[in-house]
Design a protein around this ligand. Structure first.
Ligand SMILES: Nc1ncnc2c1ncn2[C@@H]1O[C@H](COP(=O)(O)OP(=O)(O)OP(=O)(O)O)[C@@H](O)[C@H]1O
Length: 327
């Protein structure tokens, strides 16, 4: 039998508005994060993602709406009484404390007995893959290691909700990709309900079960990652999800265009030039009615010259219909 989740369990925002000096940075935001799941809040810079997270944490007063957890309204509950933990882009470790003492810090604040603290710190360091690091000084760690320590510290008191604000954005791409996978595993193992703010779709997809898209202070689409990815609401949402192009009524990924062998391509265009990319050689083609797109050339055939008219095939697996439900 499939267990039914309490529909009011987890985090629920209803019509949340936050204004700075009378100007709303977040307007009428509603979303639901079921207990035990991870929700990515994805949006461009300045769209209101951090404001949303701060409103949930209780760090910004609401102009309108409500934030509730497990069905209980949090109005009037100060940040430190919400049972939430926060982690930022720069993990903000205490430089003068060892790794072990950083992780133990929230436990000591709660006067956890020494032996229990030691055991918990060992467990948390193992969880984040830093067994044996307890005596290291934060200054001797790599950026990725520091973020793991910050994560262990955030999880120390088993928060009922973990709020992550761009936790990986300070790291380089390769490390970010690896840590996103690790973060997903750690959150699943710990069974933590988490809200992750990010502007990176790959990070959102690697870590989260659900995604909420924020634009101009509004939650414009929300749902399970697979559902949202399969049907972005409009071209702007599609762009955030890694579909930079629109052909007809479909959003198209950068990688979906290939040169058609002979006639019969879905689109026509004019070759601008050929260029090397990290994914291999590409033709930049000015697609009629669409604009410049990267096209995979046909192996083993002469490359068309700039100015030549070509037919281009669109791989349907790299496309999605626009017009999905909002929220
Ligand atoms: N304390 C503040 N006072 C005034 N305006 C603010 C304040 N904090 C944020 N804003 C404004 O509110 C809007 C949303 O900011 P917010 O930080 O929530 O965006 P964001 O999506 O998290 O952006 P980024 O990805 O760049 O961090 C922006 O226009 C920002 O300038």
């Amino acid at each position: 039998m499939v267990e039914e989740k309490d529909p009011e369990g987890g985090l629920r925002l209803r019509g949340v508005t936050v204004a700075y000096d009378g100007v709303p940075a977040l307007a009428d935001a509603s979303l639901h994060l079921p207990a035990g799941e991870v929700l990515a809040v994805l949006g461009p810079s300045g769209s209101g993602k951090s404001t949303l997270l701060r409103a949930v944490a209780g760090l910004e007063p609401l102009t309108a709406g409500s934030v509730a957890f497990d069905g209980a309204d949090l109005a009037g509950v100060p940040p430190h009484r919400r049972g939430f933990a926060l982690m930022f882009q720069d993990g903000q470790l205490f430089g003068h404390l060892s790794v072990g003492r950083n992780v133990a810090y929230p436990l000591r604040l709660r006067r956890t007995p020494r032996a229990a603290t030691r055991a918990r710190v060992g467990e948390l360091l193992a969880l984040v893959g830093l067994d044996g690091y307890a005596d290291r000084a934060p200054g001797t760690l790599s950026g990725g290691e520091r973020q793991r320590v910050a994560l262990a510290r955030a999880l120390a008191c088993a928060p009922r909700l973990l709020l992550l604000d761009e936790p990986l954005s300070a790291l380089d791409r390769a490390l970010r990709e690896r840590l996103a996978g690790d973060l997903s595993g750690i959150l699943r193992t710990a069974g933590t309900t988490a809200l992750l703010v990010t502007h990176d779709v790959d990070e959102a997809y690697a870590v989260a079960d659900r995604v909420a898209l924020v634009r101009d202070g509004r939650v414009v689409q929300e749902g399970a990652v697979a559902d949202v990815d399969a049907a972005p609401r409009d071209a702007a949402v599609a762009r955030l999800l890694g579909y930079p192009h629109v052909v007809g009524d479909r959003a198209v990924r950068r990688t979906a265009f290939t040169l058609a062998a002979g006639a019969g391509g879905a689109c026509t265009g004019t070759v601008l030039h050929a260029r090397a990319t990290s994914a291999g050689r590409r033709l930049l083609v000015d697609l009629d009615g669409v604009g410049p797109v990267d096209v995979v050339p046909l192996p083993g055939t002469p490359e068309p010259e700039p100015g030549e008219r070509v037919e281009v095939h669109v791989d349907p697996t790299g496309t999605a219909p626009l017009g999905g439900p909002g929220r």
